[in-house]
Ligand binder design. Structure first.
Ligand code: ZN
Length: 369
């Protein structure tokens, strides 16, 4: 197996060949199939601005300073430290990610409303110059340090470069003071390529040698159930593409892997729970951190862009089950707006921490920094 053996041309051929383009696009989250399985090449802001929101411990770091875009970002949830650990950014359109930004992130949005919203947000070029517009999406795994446990949630696309732009996780973990051997629990929110390929190193061995790996039982069941896969991805090529990253990685971590009941909000370690957030993938889960009366919800890919807060109807091409994604997103946003829970979002501009505020009938994203 060679995780670096990604073939953008194979992906382009798949996109051109498929009659149901949306289905293929929705399968891109597992695009490593093209490289590793099934091809000949297989192988509220004021509170967040308090001094407990500061760059992760590093020489010379100034408490309360604006974090560097490229350095780890540490903040507290009660007694639990959470560190946003930058892995890099995905740029699109690109050879690996061909859709234009608006199509990529807001595939289901009504065109006229989308155009107006993007122009309001200063992103009119996504509509007016789709051939030249580009976008960058952050990749931000989290370390949750409870004192007793050091939990890493999601692992980025790894260093094999199937998705150029990521792969800085291990260096960033070192900068944050959490080299891989210090991590005792690795949680995988879902089995898309930009979240789980970094679970193993370039040799295919678990990248976090002292960790147990944890995945939601719904997600694990989906990617290992051939009949269900065929139901969701009727096209064989799309199915191969979608299932590729799970098929590549799950056998390599099987000996260390445990499943949690996300539907029951199972505890992973004290203060950290799995929260079912299905739709983006059928078993996609969020992670809740609770301590000292504070709560943080790490939403992972229930949201892909800050405009999804105002326009939850605009699913991305990666949202496998659009209606369910939409319902999950709305429920999660409504709850966050009602109870003031902070959110941190994997693909929002780094570090992706903020709150959802209600303005009349609309919701709005208020970044913490
Ligand atoms: Zn993602």
């Amino acid at each position: 197996m060679n995780l670096g053996d990604f073939d953008p041309e194979a992906l382009a051929r798949l996109l051109r060949a498929d009659a149901s383009r949306r289905v293929v696009l929705r399968s891109l989250g597992g695009l490593t199939a093209l490289a590793v399985a099934g091809t000949p090449r297989a192988g509220r802001a004021a509170q967040d601005a308090t001094p407990n929101a500061s760059p992760a411990a590093s020489p010379g770091a100034t408490p309360g300073a604006t974090p560097a875009a490229t350095g780890p970002y540490r903040f507290m949830v009660g007694e639990i430290a959470v560190v946003a650990v930058p892995d890099g950014t995905l740029a699109f359109p690109s050879a690996a990610l061909p859709p234009a930004p608006a199509q990529f992130l807001f595939a289901d949005a009504p065109p006229e409303e989308l155009a107006a919203a993007l122009r309001d947000a200063g992103l009119g070029e996504w509509i007016d110059s789709p051939g030249t517009a580009s976008a960058q999406v952050s990749i931000t795994p989290l370390v949750i340090d409870t004192g007793d446990h050091r939990v890493l949630v999601d692992t980025g696309p790894g260093t094999g470069a199937p998705l150029p732009g990521g792969g800085q996780l291990v260096a960033s973990l070192g900068a944050a003071g959490y080299p891989p051997e210090t991590i005792d629990t690795v949680v995988l929110s879902h089995a898309h390529v930009d979240h789980i390929l970094g679970a193993v190193d370039a040799a295919g061995a678990p990248a976090f040698p002292n960790a147990r790996y944890v995945m939601g039982q719904t997600e694990h069941a989906f990617w290992t159930d051939g009949a269900r896969l065929a139901e969701v991805f009727p096209d064989p090529a799309a199915r191969e593409g979608a299932a590729g990253s799970a098929r590549a990685i799950l056998p390599l971590i099987e000996a260390k892997l445990g499943l949690v009941d996300d539907a029951a909000e199972a505890e992973i370690v004290p203060g950290v729970r799995a929260v079912a957030a299905p739709g983006h993938t059928p078993g996609h889960m969020a992670i809740a951190v609770e301590s000292g009366g504070e709560r943080l919800l790490a939403t992972f890919d229930a949201l892909s862009h800050p405009l999804h807060v105002e326009h939850p109807e605009g699913n991305s091409v990666f949202d496998t089950l659009p209606d369910q994604t939409d319902a999950t997103r709305r429920a999660l946003l409504d709850r966050a707006a009602a109870d003031g829970t902070r959110l941190i979002v994997y693909h929002f501009p780094f570090p992706g921490l903020g709150r959802v505020v209600r303005q009349g009938d609309a919701l709005r994203w208020e970044p913490a920094t």
